[in-house]
Design a protein around this ligand. Structure first.
Ligand code: PGA
Length: 235
């Protein structure tokens, strides 16, 4: 089970350091549960512990003339080897195209990163039904090497992110089950995961973990979800 926190544009470097320190102090020895924390780029810190720190984004280049971006050298400086690619906010707010996203995927794959690759449908697509939703999700997998061993897919419906709305457990299971058949990879669910729904979501047979945004900004809440993951035994 993977429990991941996406801080987005929250928590300064100082706050991130305090968060990680507190979290490591709370964690029991983890077995079968992997923890990931994705701070803002300027809050990346070299971190040794059970939680693995990853990048929310980087430009697919070692370094160069890409104003405002960070590249591979900046991640290497902090020993970062895991990255989010294709997050809904990168797609819809920052207008990254599927071609841009596939290039980013390829670059970080070539550099051996663990890639948490995010996909998810907007509400207008969900309203068209399951077939339309699955067809849409497949377009977000175009150009992505699904056989990459360090690929984890996060299913995050756009309408569920930051909205307090979530699909029903049945809806999550249906989509994850279909995605398992299409992609055959580990699958996280994301979108308004909180302390009060994380356990039920993680208990679903085709869910391998959660990617949590606002619900993970307080360390005690994230820790509570990690604890939930610890208690779940899947065959
Ligand atoms: P949320 O965000 O938990 O605040 O809905 C999840 C995400 O965007 O990864």
């Amino acid at each position: 089970m993977i429990v991941a926190a996406n801080f987005k544009t929250n928590l300064t470097r100082l706050e991130t350091g305090e968060y990680l320190g507190e979290l490591e102090g709370m964690l029991p020895k983890l077995e079968g549960v992997e923890v990931r924390v994705f701070p803002a780029s300027s809050s990346l810190v070299p971190h040794k512990g059970q939680a693995v720190v990853g990048a929310q984004n980087a430009y697919p280049a070692k370094s160069g003339a890409f104003t405002g971006e960070i590249g591979l050298v900046h991640l290497e400086e902090f020993g970062i080897e895991t990255i989010l690619v294709g997050h809904s906010e990168r797609r819809h707010v920052l207008h990254e195209s599927q071609v841009d996203i596939a290039k980013k995927f390829d670059f970080f794959k070539e550099n051996g990163f663990e890639i948490i690759y995010c996909i998810g449908e907007p509400l207008s697509v969900k309203e068209q039904g399951l077939d339309a939703t699955l067809a849409y999700l497949q377009t977000q997998l175009e150009g992505i090497d699904l056989s990459y061993a360090k690929l984890v897919v996060a299913y995050e419906p756009v309408w569920a992110i930051g909205s307090g709305l979530t699909p029903t457990l049945e809806e999550i299971e249906t989509i994850h089950d279909a995605l398992k058949r299409i992609a055959g990879v580990k699958l996280l669910y994301g979108g308004s995961v909180k302390t009060d729904n994380a356990k039920a979501i993680m208990e679903l047979p085709s869910v391998d973990g959660v990617l949590v945004g606002s619900g993970a900004l307080k360390v005690e809440n994230f820790f509570s979800m990690i604890n939930d993951a610890i208690t779940i035994k899947k065959g």
